[in-house]
Design a protein around this ligand. Structure first.
Ligand SMILES: Nc1ncnc2c1ncn2[C@@H]1O[C@H](COP(=O)(O)OP(=O)(O)OP(=O)(O)O)[C@@H](O)[C@H]1O
Ligand SMILES: Nc1ccn([C@H]2C[C@H](O)[C@@H](COP(=O)(O)O)O2)c(=O)n1
Length: 674
């Protein structure tokens, strides 16, 4: 996950390959509550691991459920309808799928068994209406206080007396989650008589109710239904654990990759695993919308393969009531259409994680699009000239994931102006449902060009430290090229290959069994990181690095580090030879005295004995050899910026480089999070 203030997506090209989806959020949180209320132990396989499921798990633990997690399996021993505590203060973040059903379940339990429960969330959760559910529960006899503003969380549930002779009435035209909440809670009240629910108004998002009914049935609750207006929970309904349940992949999350296939699956399809034609999720019908725009889709029970069909995409005018979450993806696909696209019946967007109609309109306009916004619709004109935009994401995972699709702007035929990058602010907001979304995206797209920053300079100037910090700030990969020469030196010593044997060293370099595990280096499976950091390894690396054949043998390996979303490479010839097109080249120096001092402190802090004078002599000898060799000598590239950090600490050096990089981006000042 990218826990950085913003993530810059360079212009992206064709896509191909396989993406495995995380578990469905809607199914995960429903299953968690049902398992938590049941008697016995339920094993959930491939449960979504995200912010929203984490708050639900925490709440269940607080109520007395035993929860064990082991790889793909989550085992929940339920409370059999009897919480272990009659008081709890539950924090539910911004998870509507936790707030609504827990409100209903705990209100019913508190009224039946006594109890005092507080449910709260983040500030945005306290702006998301819940009055219709509260009204329905109060009508049933539950005692509920809205402790802030009437009709909104936080809520305090403190007993009451259930009146079940009349049907429970709930509005269905604002959020189907209110009906879901009642359907999941009211089996708890069927001890003496059946309970009836009447829906007032036209029920929206019916597919989500179908998920609820399907999952209730797996837990032994057979709901009788008359159309979409009246539901009956039979007398004596009891949650019974089904044992093991597999959580299917998230169909709303699939929408980004279905769109990706439609936009960029040119030479091969994008394969999506975890959800397919057998899905019980309503958002699987996003496939039909994508097909209407021209996508070619083939599917199996739990997979989809999508490739580009019509191009540009075909404009649509669609009632999106059946796919409220996935429909957001259509708004960005519209930029690539052959005419205006109209998304209708999407009023529920206004009360989601943010006001999604307003947010989408603002962000699409930043890209240059003409957008018309109504109370319950959005009309988006296609774009010919994309502007580089810094996309605000409103702590809304779907804003981040949808808008990432604007980075395919270079694929638009007849596009005017250059291909532009897209900046996604607060990219970690995707943790709500898809923590590794960007990693998954990068694994299947071909970049048009990956940004590179090079940092060259003499030993102990602080290149590695600077490169690692800059990369961490930008979410980029790193290449410590000196490490590659050091590892060849170590392998050569072990294999008895002399430092003078150019051909032998080159052959060895091309068959190295190297693996990187974070900052650790594994040579034929052995962790050699600490051995490589020894001074002797650096001297050996400097000696063997004079050989052109060895340098050629390591060339492609180094280029292979250039991966999305970007690379910071440090060494001696990064800017001059390996990445001559780098977007920013820094030549880092410090006085020999400062460098010797730093290396001395570094060694002493690790308990390695050292002498300052010897270190200074060694590093000056190394400088001379690295500068004096015929091939790829240590020198600044013609277009490098010189940075002498003798008098700068690490933070100040990092800030300099970040500032230089920001000046080269088309976004203005870097967003530092909001
Ligand atoms: N600006 C700085 N001010 C003070 N100390 C620094 C600075 N930058 C780095 N250092 C410290 O100097 C030491 C050497 O830094 P580092 O290993 O990053 O250098 P390097 O140039 O990558 O060395 P080598 O080329 O040998 O790998 C480390 O202990 C590091 O913490
Ligand atoms: N791009 C590079 C990186 C390193 N070398 C050689 C020369 C150095 O003295 C030696 C060790 O590098 P360090 O780990 O200290 O950065 O490796 C090179 O020739 N080219």
């Amino acid at each position: 996950m990218y826990a950085i203030p913003s993530l810059d997506l360079p212009p992206l090209g064709h896509a191909a390959g396989t993406v495995r989806l995380p578990g469905s959020k809607s199914i995960s949180n429903r299953l968690l509550l049902l398992a938590g209320l049941s008697q016995g132990c339920t094993t959930l396989v491939d449960l979504l691991d995200s912010d929203d499921t984490r708050v639900m798990l925490d709440a269940l633990r607080a109520l007395g459920c035993r929860i064990e997690q082991d790889g793909r399996h989550t085992r929940i021993t339920g409370i059999a309808g009897h919480p272990a505590v009659d008081r709890a203060d539950l924090f539910l973040g911004n998870a509507g799928t936790a707030m609504r059903p827990l409100t209903a379940a705990l209100a019913v339990l508190a009224a039946e068994q006594g109890g005092d429960y507080v449910l709260r969330g983040v500030p945005r959760m306290h702006e998301r209406p819940i009055g219709d559910l509260v009204d329905a529960l109060r009508g049933l006899g539950c005692d509920i206080d809205c402790t802030g503003q009437e009709g909104y969380p936080p809520l305090r549930l403190r007993g009451g007396s259930l009146r079940l002779d009349q049907p429970v009435r709930v509005r269905g035209d604002v959020s189907s989650q209110f009906l879901t909440a009642l359907l999941m809670a009211l089996p708890l009240a069927t001890g003496q008589q059946p309970v009836h629910i009447e829906v007032q108004g036209e029920l929206i998002s019916k597919p989500y109710i179908e998920i609820t009914l399907n999952l209730l049935e797996r837990f032994g609750i057979r709901v009788e239904r008359q159309g979409w207006q009246r539901f009956t929970l039979p007398r004596g309904s009891r949650y019974q654990t089904p044992g093991e349940v597999h959580v299917e992949g998230d169909a709303s999350s699939a929408s980004y990759f279905i769109a990706l296939g439609a936009l960029a699956g040119v030479e091969a399809p994008v394969r999506i695993e975890g959800v397919g034609s057998a899905s019980i999720q309503g958002d699987i019908r996003f496939v039909e919308a994508a097909e209407a725009m021209g996508a070619q889709v083939v599917s199996g029970p739990n997979w989809l393969e999508v490739r580009r069909g019509a191009w540009p995409l075909k404009a649509i005018d669609l009632d999106c009531n059946h796919i409220p979450d996935a429909a957001m993806t259509l708004a960005v696909m519209a930029l690539y259409a052959d005419g205006p696209c109209t998304l209708r019946n999407i009023a529920s967007w206004r009360v989601k994680e943010t006001d999604r109609i307003a947010a989408m309109a603002i962000e699409l306009r930043k890209l240059g699009a003409e957008v018309e916004e109504g109370a319950d619709f959005l009309r988006v004109q296609p774009l010919r000239r994309f502007a580089a935009a810094s996309i605000h994401t409103y702590d809304d995972h779907r804003m981040a994931m949808c808008l990432s699709l604007a980075a395919f702007n270079a694929l638009r035929d007849g596009v005017e102006g250059p291909a532009v990058p897209v900046r996604i602010e607060d990219p970690k907001c995707v943790a709500k449902t898809f923590p590794d979304y960007f990693e998954a995206l990068f694994s299947v797209v071909r970049p048009l060009s990956v940004p590179v920053i090079t940092i060259d300079g003499p030993t102990a100037s602080g290149k590695g430290t600077l490169a690692a910090e800059v990369a961490a700030r930008l979410g980029y990969h790193t290449l410590d090229s000196g490490m590659l020469y050091r590892v060849v030196g170590l392998a050569a010593t072990r294999a008895g290959i002399a430092a003078s044997d150019e051909a032998g060293l080159a052959a060895l370099a091309s068959r190295l069994q190297l693996r990187f595990d974070g900052t650790r280096v594994l040579l034929a499976g052995e962790d050699v990181t600490d051995l490589l950091r020894e001074e002797g390894a650096g001297v050996m690396a400097s000696q063997i690095s004079v050989w052109p054949a060895l340098r050629t043998a390591l060339h492609d390996l180094q280029c292979g580090f250039r991966q999305l979303p970007g690379l910071v490479a440090d060494g001696r010839d990064m800017g001059t030879v390996i990445f001559p097109q780098a977007g920013l080249k820094v030549f880092l120096t410090a006085t020999p005295a400062a460098r010797a001092e730093r290396r001395y402190k570094q060694l002493i802090s690790k308990g390695i004995p050292a002498k300052l004078d010897d270190l200074r002599q060694d590093l000056e000898a190394r400088d001379a050899r690295d500068k004096g060799r015929a091939t790829a000598p240590l020198k600044p590239a013609g277009d490098a910026i010189l940075l002498d950090n003798s008098g700068l600490d690490v933070d100040a050096s990092v800030q300099r480089v970040i500032d230089w990089w920001s000046e080269r981006q088309p976004f203005g000042h870097r967003a530092e999070g909001r």
